[in-house]
Design a protein around this ligand. Sequence first.
Ligand code: SAM
Ligand code: ZN
Length: 271
Amino acid sequence: MSLICPLCQRPLSLQRTSWRCDNHHQFDQAKEGYVNLLPVQHKGSREPGDSAEMMQARRAFLDAGHYQPLRQKVAEWLPALLSAPQPRVLDIGCGEGYYTAAVADALHQQTEAEVYGLDVAKVAIRAAAKRYRDILFCVASSHRLPFADASLAAVLRIYAPCNEEELKRVLKPGGYLLTVTPGPRHLLQFKALIYREVRLHMPEEKPYAGFTRIDQQNLAYPMRLTGAEATTLLQMTPFAWRAREEVWQTLAQAGQFSCEADFCLTLWRRD
Ligand SMILES: C[S@@+](CC[C@H](N)C(=O)[O-])C[C@H]1O[C@@H](n2cnc3c(N)ncnc32)[C@H](O)[C@@H]1O
Ligand SMILES: [Zn+2]
């Protein structure tokens, strides 16, 4: 296990149904099996991260299979890089665990991997832990990862906030970071409804200090959504708040809405 105490940073171990450090800090395992490692003083707001509504909208959309090609790609790529018999892998900002579970399934076919999912939203972690039993989910922030130094073989970051210093700290030298960010044409048809002038999204080119970029691949495909699915998808995007009432109505009444998915996957290696 590589979990550490969020209060004193000593290793945590599971004793019956509590995670404990040797300074007697204790974090109870919830009945769904996850652990909350976000102390109140690190919380920032009462319910940080995605709301229950956002989480349920995302789960419904993902369950309909529209991002299945991305899930499959991530679940093929990351496990193929890891040859150790017991690699430890973390999905940061894992939401309700859609990608975490696929990576865990693939890894468990070839190794005795320990797979962790982390998100600051308790509702998302609870839903994840309820559905996927062989992953250890925790409530924590990407800005303070409750993992020991150099304890992880790989980290997955899909549309989630992160802290570079923390990523560098927890990954082993030679460990991998796989990031997924929007590609240039991602959801272009939504932008066309919302903005007068549509600009292609410039992929994130920000280097991570202490990492070398070793590969980048694009995954693009058309999606055919129902009006209701399109509304749900729009809710999941950062431009939702810019959409005027007519846009929501147009989408809700549309029989079908065609839209492009375009993802940029980048693989980094810890120096
Ligand atoms: C856009 S969602 C992506 C979820 C999932 N990776 C996916 O693609 O379906 C971003 C996630 O990051 C979480 N999040 C936001 N701030 C965070 C933080 N500081 N630490 C960890 N997770 C955070 C949110 O609760 C949400 O689940
Ligand atoms: Zn402690």
